[in-house]
Design a binder for this molecule. Structure first.
Ligand code: GLA
Length: 781
């Protein structure tokens, strides 16, 4: 809701308020962002009372900007914090934007060429004009009431008759009245996405950003500002993100007056945009939320992403269980291999077969053929892509395909025909032996659209994994004059968005999954086109448990692809139980990425059981509200997904290391209906006799040698079942106290009342709401 009282403006949502005022100088002074409140009177109480300019502060029209919280800022006016907008004007004077007008728009406008959140209602549009040049700055604010999210847009228009150079135009600025915050960023590298870092704020700037050309695993565009004592349940927490897939910048810059400025937008380094007369430059849309506690913050962001970012036919649809060919075959496969893997997968319950890299040109390794999408490798696929796709479909599976359309190999027909289509010079620092196509150029965009249209039309895939395996190095573009060099990186992203917009409109039924060497381009911008993302190439259950946990601070599990892979795992060579690999992947969009044909009959039976289980609970696992309950500090990780109607919940307990003689353990719960009764049970897993080693001989009538055939036979014949848990308790009891679980194995005995979890062990517990018992008949006698 948008409220105005004279010069005061407020955006209010269910539990938050965002307030600012227009000062007598025409400045936009920020007053409050945080908990909601009754604003019927007393707006003035939000305005700091400043009578005298402090010390040597620069005074502009009677005020010291450095000591003010503002909605926008620029250098050269006495405000020394990182600025919102920087423009080189013909006169060389600093820009100084002042209020012109406020308008209420019935709907949030879309941004030309950029993705924006859907179903944004009433929008407050503020126009400011530069006092010295003919530049207009437009700021738009939209409140999303139900999920406590506010979006912002910023646009700069040149109404003069000379060009200017925009050096930076941020998307969001929030000036806080305290520096007592931690800046939480999500950092990492290939296979190590979403490692959290807390940096205390204070005087000076803390910066997090990407200069890779993509939103990057180095620093995700999702960041948090939170009070130091904040927890899942309480504390002031701001979550910020950007609908953008290129170089981004987030900064918390503190000054000498106890103020902290948060900025987010396109990374200003290497950015310079020539704005000609009559043109408008739009910054990407920003999103933010405030909540009391990290859990509520995440819930707001999850709901917003599910409802207003993800769109199209797949928006709320159950996602199929897939098998991906990559870790089974890498580049070495035949059509026969693929079909036999598909058949096996289908028999176990898989719904979608995805052919990964290696199907085109002569791509037997990663040094060649990117770009030659319409030349199918007939040696591997004698019936062509169409032939394979049809055979997969006739098995009763959907067909999916991997592509990496933004790239070209030096050894490719495309590069030989168009050596000038690459970004940068040929002798640049390359990654994975490949060049990036110059997506700033219309003819290159059109070529990609045409090539993909041909592939998608022929193979008719139900799913596309859209990969991007390079970071930017040399960004010279043969298509742009030297003075526009600073536009290349952003123009690339705009080119990409045009391609994605065209293809997703043309093939609305395809489920796209965004991938960039795993999670190197996980951002709300991509999610506007692709409803899911391959979170990481790392499929190790322990790493994934942590990664999915931390990614959930900003993103819902309904956007995270998660696969069961082989053991030992290919990225870290760790051996983990099959049940754990499944139970971790089940808290994402389940897939398998291993050669299911090579599993033992017993393992196949278990995989079939996993898939059947997942399908029964898929709606809650994919779309339930996710709660984080344990972060590994007490030796366990625990997350819980609760169905929107709270009729059902599933919770994962993961134990990285088995502690001897460990303290008794309680299962925790959140998000249930207090007065409702829930039945708790645990998904049975297999306990392998061999895990007991020589201890078996304490109970076995005959001596069994470890590693012997007798041991293997005994383990097959004597299936040990895991412990049982069964209890009915109220939601409030489960939330307040949790449930004491069966004792963990501690070297002294084993029976059905002992939990044998071992290293990397896990359990999946279910909570199902019971029908309300009929009211007892009252005793009439
Ligand atoms: C990237 C992806 C992988 C796989 C390979 C294929 O590394 O992240 O999942 O698709 O490319 O080359």
């Amino acid at each position: 809701m948008i409220k105005q009282q004279g010069r005061f403006f407020a955006l209010t949502t269910r539990r938050t308020a965002y307030c600012f005022q227009v000062t007598e100088q025409g400045l936009l002074q920020h007053l409050h962002y945080g908990p909601g409140m009754d604003l019927t009177s007393g707006w003035e109480a939000l305005v700091p009372q400043v009578r005298h300019a402090p010390g040597n502060g620069a005074v502009l029209d009677g005020v010291v900007l450095e000591d003010m919280a503002l909605e926008t800022s620029a250098p050269g006016l006495g405000d020394l914090r990182e600025p919102f907008v920087v423009v080189d004007t013909p006169s060389g004077s600093p820009v100084d934007f002042r209020f012109v007008q406020a308008n209420l728009l019935p709907e949030k406008p879309e941004l030309a060429g950029l993705p924006s959140a859907t179903e944004g209602g009433e929008t407050l549009e503020i126009t400011l004009a530069d006092r010295r040049s003919e530049l207009l700055l437009t700021l738009r604010y939209t409140a999303f009431d139900h999920c406590d999210v506010i979006t912002r847009q910023a646009l700069l228009t040149n109404t003069g008759n000379q060009s200017v150079t925009v050096r930076r135009l941020m998307s969001n600025q929030v000036d806080l009245h305290s520096q007592d915050f931690l800046f939480t960023t999500f950092n990492g590298a290939w296979a190590r996405e979403f490692e959290p870092t807390d940096t205390p704020c204070g005087p000076g700037a803390v910066i997090s950003g990407s200069r890779c050309g993509v939103s990057s695993s180095l620093a995700n565009s999702f960041v948090i500002l939170r009070s130091p004592g904040s927890s899942e349940e309480h504390g002031s927490c701001y979550g910020f993100n950007l609908l953008y897939s290129g170089d981004h910048f987030a900064c918390a810059s503190g000054n000498g007056y106890g103020k902290l400025r948060f900025l987010q937008g396109i990374h200003p380094e290497d950015f310079a945009w020539q704005l000609s007369p009559g043109e408008t430059f739009a910054a990407p849309e920003a999103m933010m939320t405030w909540a009391d506690g990290l859990s509520a913050m995440s819930e707001n962001l999850h709901q917003f992403i599910r409802r207003h970012i993800v769109r199209g036919v797949w928006k709320d649809k159950p996602r199929p269980v897939l098998i991906n060919s990559w870790e089974s075959f890498y580049f070495r496969f035949t059509q026969r291999d693929l079909l036999s893997l598909a058949r096996q997968s289908r028999d176990l319950g898989v719904e979608l077969f995805v052919l990964d890299d290696g199907w085109f040109g002569h791509r037997d390794n990663d040094t060649c053929s990117l770009g030659d999408w319409t030349t199918v490798n007939r040696k591997k696929l004698p019936d062509g892509l169409e032939g394979l796709a049809n055979q997969i479909r006739s098995l009763g599976l959907q067909f999916g395909l991997w592509v990496e359309p933004e790239m070209v190999s030096a050894d490719s027909d495309l590069y030989r025909a168009h050596p000038d289509w690459i970004l940068g010079r040929a002798d640049q620092a390359v990654g994975r032996h490949q060049y990036i196509l110059d997506l700033t150029r219309r003819e290159v965009q059109d070529h990609i659209i045409a090539a993909m249209t041909e592939v998608f039309t022929k193979a008719a895939p139900a799913y596309i994994k859209w990969d991007m395996n390079r970071i930017f190095t040399d960004t010279f573009s043969a298509g742009l004059p030297p003075e526009r060099r600073g536009e290349v990186r952003h123009r690339y992203v705009l080119g990409l968005y045009r391609i994605l917009e065209t293809l997703t409109q043309r093939f609305p039924q395809i489920l796209f999954e965004s991938c960039a060497s795993g999670g190197n381009r996980t951002d709300p911008g991509m999610l506007c086109y692709m409803p899911q993302v391959w979170l990481s190439d790392n499929t190790d259950a322990l790493c994934r448990c942590r990664m999915q946990y931390y990614a959930s601070f900003g993103y819902p599990q309904s956007v995270m692809g998660a696969h069961v892979s082989g053991s030992p795992n290919h990225q870290v060579l760790r051996r983990t139980p099959l049940d754990t690999r499944f139970q971790v992947a089940a808290f994402g969009l389940l897939g398998y990425e291993c050669d299911l044909r090579t599993l033992s009959p017993e393992e196949k039976r278990r995989v079939a059981g996993q898939i059947a289980f997942y399908k029964s609970y898929r709606q809650t696992l994919q779309y339930g509200q996710l709660y984080r309950l344990r972060d590994g500090k007490d030796g366990f990780w625990q997350v819980m997904a609760v169905a929107p109607d709270k009729s059902q919940a599933l919770t994962l307990l993961f134990q990285p290391e088995n502690r001897p003689n460990a303290p008794a353990l309680r299962l925790l719960a959140r998000g249930l209906v207090d007065h409702a009764a829930y039945r708790l049970w645990v998904r049975p897993v297999q306990v392998d006799l061999r895990d007991f080693g020589g201890l078996v001989n304490m109970v076995s009538p005959v001596r069994i040698r470890q590693g012997s055939l007798a041991e293997a036979t005994a383990s097959k014949l004597m299936a040990l079942s895991s412990e049982e848990e069964s209890i009915v308790a109220s939601g409030s009891l489960l939330t307040a106290c949790g449930v004491w679980l069966k004792q963990g194995f501690s070297g002294t005995g084993y029976d059905e009342k002992t939990r044998v979890m071992g290293d990397f062990g896990s359990r999946l517990y279910l909570l199902e709401r019971q029908e309300a018992p009929a009211a007892p008949e009252s005793d009439q006698h």
